[in-house]
Design a protein around this ligand. Structure first.
Ligand SMILES: Cc1cc2nc3c(=O)[nH]c(=O)nc-3n(C[C@H](O)[C@H](O)[C@H](O)COP(=O)(O)OP(=O)(O)OC[C@H]3O[C@@H](n4cnc5c(N)ncnc54)[C@H](O)[C@@H]3O)c2cc1C
Length: 370
């Protein structure tokens, strides 16, 4: 007999993990099926920002959803810590996007103004040279200013993933790694998910398999046209605490290491690092904080973002097979609060809220018939 659940979530990264934990916390019986270490996993390669200030230019519902998630994050962090003992190192002291030329400053100011006009004021301000230096020490002479948003923050993405998985265990949900879903037999509110010879059944299923979602979605009448966008990250040795704030390209972790980014390369399913990209990342960050030139680099990696064609999330319930849901985004750390505490209860209730209407895949061309 196949194991039966209230909800099956496919994909054990940050998106699937947050939704599965949120549903289990509501008392549902949940299975989280995950392909495992062989899969491409953005959740294990990311930067850890809980970033709000520039999210949603041109799409106010995304800006509002992101802000909502940042508000919910402390609740999520505390609940996970209480249930699992894992501190996800959430800090929300505000975040800077530094500008290294007058042109960058003007461009940034116009994004901030646009966000303000479209989606309301969250306190993001452009700060000149002197104002930024009054808040952050050690800045290089080339920093002409920055945008600063008081609700930006950061967390440890690896501890978050660990806490979500530990939280599921504490709630007696089944986190099942090493299960690559290869087929789903779908009928409205009745799904049999197949992993090799194993079968799992449920009235509700969520496709949250990152880059694997593109192939799984059509099995339940959904369209998730996601593709990879590579990002590379450089990590320094542990340094004395010098930066409490989040920034768009650099953050000091709770352990003292400094993570440097941020690259965006369209290279398909390729996770090799390239020296030219790493040099660019290191050089720009050293212009911002010249003391970094003396720091040893201890790690670097490339990972693949999960991108929809317009970069915004996809949330949708299948019209053909009600009970099947799509969930994907490129900011799974930032949106973890909303995924766990807003989206998961809505999925369990069987209806997505109106404020998620803007995120259906109907904004993209329909896929060719199978
Ligand atoms: C370099 C980089 C920096 C980033 N920085 C940030 C940041 O600062 N802040 C932020 O909010 N976000 C950031 N992100 C994005 C964030 O990491 C992702 O949004 C998030 O990890 C996506 O989670 P996911 O669960 O959708 O996908 P993934 O983490 O990729 O997980 C997908 C999971 O699905 C599983 N899977 C795939 N196919 C199948 C199948 N057929 N059956 C079963 N399981 C399957 C895989 O095993 C995998 O575990 C960054 C990403 C990158 C690459």
């Amino acid at each position: 007999m196949p194991a039966s659940y209230d909800l099956i979530v496919i994909g054990g990264g940050l998106v699937g993990g947050a939704i599965a934990w949120g549903a289990a916390a509501q008392g549902a019986s949940v299975a989280l099926l995950d392909e495992g270490d062989v899969a491409f996993r953005a959740a294990r390669g990311n930067f850890g920002l809980v970033w709000v200030q520039s999210k949603g230019a041109g799409m106010p519902p995304y800006a509002h959803w992101t802000r909502r998630s940042a508000e919910l994050w402390p609740v999520l962090g505390n609940r996970l810590a209480n249930a699992t003992g894992v501190d996800v190192a959430l800090e929300q002291p505000g975040g800077f996007a530094f500008c290294l030329s007058d042109q960058e400053f003007e461009d940034r100011a116009s994004i901030v103004q646009r966000m303000h006009n479209e989606s309301g004021d969250i306190g993001t301000r452009m700060l000149g040279r002197a104002e930024v230096r009054a808040m952050v020490s050690g800045l290089g002479d080339e920093v002409v200013g920055a945008s600063f948003c008081p609700i930006d923050g950061h967390a440890s993405p690896l501890y978050l993933l660990r806490a979500l998985h530990a939280g599921l265990a504490a709630l007696h949900a089944d986190y099942l790694p090493g299960r690559r879903v290869d087929a789903i037999d779908a009928a409205p509110s009745n799904f049999t998910v197949r992993c090799g010879l194993e079968r799992f059944t449920s009235g509700k299923v969520v496709i949250a398999a990152g880059l694997g979602s593109r192939d799984l979605a059509p099995m339940v009448g959904l369209n998730m046209p996601v593709s990879p966008l590579q990002g590379q990250v450089v990590v320094t040795e542990r340094l004395r605490p010098f930066l409490h704030y989040a920034t768009h390209c650099l953050r000091q972790t709770a352990e003292g290491t400094v993570m440097l980014g941020d690259s965006q390369e369209d290279v398909g399913f390729d996770i090799t690092t390239r020296v030219a990209v790493l040099q660019r990342i290191a050089a720009r960050n050293a212009r911002i904080f010249p003391a970094l030139k003396e720091a040893s680099i201890i790690r670097m990696w490339a990972a693949l973002r999960v991108m929809s064609p317009d970069g915004f999330p996809i949330y949708e319930q299948s019209e053909r097979f009600p009970g099947a849901f799509a969930a994907t985004c490129h900011s799974g750390v930032t949106l973890a609060g909303a995924h766990a505490l807003d989206l998961a209860p809505a999925i369990l209730a069987g209806t997505l809220p109106d404020r998620l209407d803007a995120f259906t895949s109907r904004r993209f061309p329909a896929p060719p018939p199978a």
